[in-house]
Structures are given as C-alpha cells and as structure tokens.
Design a binder for this molecule. Structure first.
Ligand code: HEC
Length: 314
C-alpha cells in the first residue's frame, strides 16, 4: 500500500484505504455501555462497616487462578466490571450470613461496565464452569453488559469453554431501588413460594370452573395466571436452585405455548382440547418443580383436583 501511495504520490481517501484493508489504524471501537448506581454509596458503606467489614477487602481478580483460589464453588458472589475492565468481586457469597457487600461498594459508587453475580463450578480441582449474570438492582445493567463481563474474564485467561451466561432478568426499573435509609418504608416483596400459591389456587379454580361449565371464570383465572407469569415472577427473587439450573425455559414455554393453547381450548369449549391443554400446562408446572428440586410439589393434570396433589401416594 505504501508503495502504491508513493507511486501515485497522492494521499488516498480514507474510505479507499480501509476498503483495501491496509495498515490504517482500525476505526475506534464503539464505547462500552456504562451504568450508574441508583443508590447512594454512603449508607451502603455504613452498613458494611457496622458489620465489622472493610471495603478494602474486595477481591480484585488478576487471573483465572484467583477464581479457583478465592471463590467457593456453587456459591454466588456479587461482582462488578470497572470501566478499566478490572473485575472486582465480594469476598462473601450472597447467602453468607452478615454479608453487607453490594455492587456500589465494589465499584466505590462509580459507573460500571457490568454488575451481577458470578459462580464457579469445579471438576477435579479444575475450573469447570464460570457462570455469570447481570442481576443488580442498584445498577440495573442490560443483558448486553454481559459482553463486558465475558471480555474481562477472557482477558484473565479464563478458558472460553467454561464461560456460561445465566439470564436472570429482573425488571429493575419497575421497582424502586433498594431501601437505603432505615427510615424508608418499603413493602416487602412476596416470596417465590407466595406467588406460586396464587398460581396454584388459580390453576385449581380454573380446573373446577371448567368442570362446572363456568367458562368465563376459567378464562379469567387463566388471564390472572398469565399476568403473574409475565409481570410478577420475573421480578420475584428466585429460591435457591441447584447449581447450573435455569428455570427460564419453563417460563418461556408457559407464556408462549401453554397459556395461549389453554385459552384457545377454553374458548372453543371443546372438552377434549381443554383436557389436553390443561394436562400440557400441568406438565410445564411439574417440569419446573422437578428442575428446581421440588418434584414433591405435584400438580395434577386433570381439571377439578386440588393443587397441589394431596391424595395418598399409591
Ligand atoms: C418457572 C418455574 C415454575 C413454574 C412454571 C411453576 N412453578 Fe410452581 N414453584 C416453582 C418453584 C421454584 C417453587 C418453590 C418456591 C420456593 O421454594 O419458595 C414452586 C412452588 C409451587 C407450589 C408450592 C407453594 C407453597 O409454598 O406451598 C405450588 C402449589 C406450585 N408451585 C404450583 C404451580 C402450578 C399450579 C404451576 C403451573 C400452573 C406452577 N407451579 C408452575 C417453580 C415453578
């Protein structure tokens, strides 16, 4: 190319040079997303210090071996990716008692490229999986931010085939940020089990309403179930799940297949279609319970029975 330019004795337009794939510097990369914290830092720090902890104990990961050395397998830890791509991880797992670490503390209140949880799995002393998500109700990062997380891990020489992404979408912006002052009154969110109780009751009433030929009532219950899966469940903190399990596929099947299928059946008032769609939905309920290691919460697959099953086992 230099020769060509020298030969022509003119400077060629940039577009031509790029198109010719030569030594011109690559165009600058698009800036990475940065997220600001939605909660003030000071009250967070105060809580941490009151618990006798110290923000300087945050783990600054330097390489893949740090992951194995510093994190207990199967436990989830808060992490942030700083604007300089450094990954900072809480020294206590999210379920550890007396854990007052939070994403703003790890980032010292500043903007981050990513914030969420990190969990490792080991096999024979080696790193088998590194699982990350973008769940942070102080930063509300997008799923896209996980690219920065993966880039930071790759830069630490974490083997690419161990990297896994977990989609735990919390609909942050519909929610107020975490309470920061002890004086603020915040309604406690219902637990996953409590939300499930409403789904269970509605599924039971739906079945009984269908049996009683009260099809409007059955359709109403289905609408309510649909709303619960669409609006409430995604924002409800998950109970502890077995390592590596994601319940997202069951939610997806519920909304994209089971609900519309049962609605069509109920509207058609075809008893056979209703039986089939009801059974199919119950299968998704039970599939998720089994995945969540709660197979003993058995949903009956015929309308009219109690939910969950309570009849004596054979
Ligand atoms: C996406 C996964 C998922 C789907 C789909 C699902 N469940 Fe659940 N369900 C759970 C989990 C997880 C629990 C345990 C909650 C806990 O441990 O707090 C649960 C708990 C329950 C409980 C026990 C509640 C209690 O605390 O007593 C019932 C009853 C129940 N589900 C019924 C249903 C019915 C009926 C459906 C289908 C219409 C359904 N579930 C669909 C995940 C799911």
């Amino acid at each position: 190319m230099k020769n060509l330019r020298a030969l022509l004795g003119v400077s060629l337009p940039v577009g031509f040079l790029l198109a010719a794939g030569c030594e011109q510097p690559a165009p600058p990369e698009a800036p990475a997303y940065l997220f600001d914290s939605r909660v003030p830092l000071d009250p967070e720090l105060e809580k941490l210090k009151k618990a006798g902890d110290d923000p300087s104990k945050a783990l600054r990961l330097a390489g893949a071996s740090d992951l194995v050395k510093l994190l207990e397998p199967g436990k989830r830890y808060d992490y942030v990716v700083m604007p300089n791509n450094a990954m900072v991880v809480a020294p206590k797992s999210v379920d550890a008692s007396g854990n007052f670490w939070s994403h703003p503390i790890l980032a010292n209140g500043g903007a981050v490229k990513a914030a969420g949880h990190i969990r490792i799995e080991k096999a024979g002393g080696n790193l088998a999986k590194v699982i990350v998500d973008a769940e942070s109700d102080s930063y509300c990062p997008s799923q896209e931010s996980l690219r920065s997380t993966l880039a930071s891990l790759a830069a630490m020489k974490v083997p690419p085939d161990t990297l896994r992404v977990e989609s735990r979408q919390i609909d942050c912006w519909r929610r107020d940020p975490k309470p920061v002052a002890s004086t603020s009154t915040v309604l406690p969110r219902p637990s996953f089990g409590t939300v499930m109780l409403s789904v269970a009751r509605r599924f039971e009433v739906l079945g009984r309403a269908h049996r009683a030929k009260r099809s409007d009532l059955a359709l109403y219950q289905l609408e309510e179930i649909e709303e619960t899966f669409r609006n409430e469940i995604p924002g409800t903190p998950l109970p502890p799940l077995p390592p590596g399990v994601s319940i997202a596929p069951f939610l997806e099947t519920m909304s994209t297949f089971n609900v519309p299928d049962l609605r069509k059946a109920l509207e058609s008032k075809d008893p056979k279609a209703v039986l089939a769609a009801f059974e199919s939905m119950a299968k998704t309920c039970n599939g998720c319970h089994t995945a969540a290691a709660k197979a003993y919460i058995e949903v009956p697959n015929t309308p009219g029975e109690l939910v969950p099953k309570l009849d004596p086992k054979p």
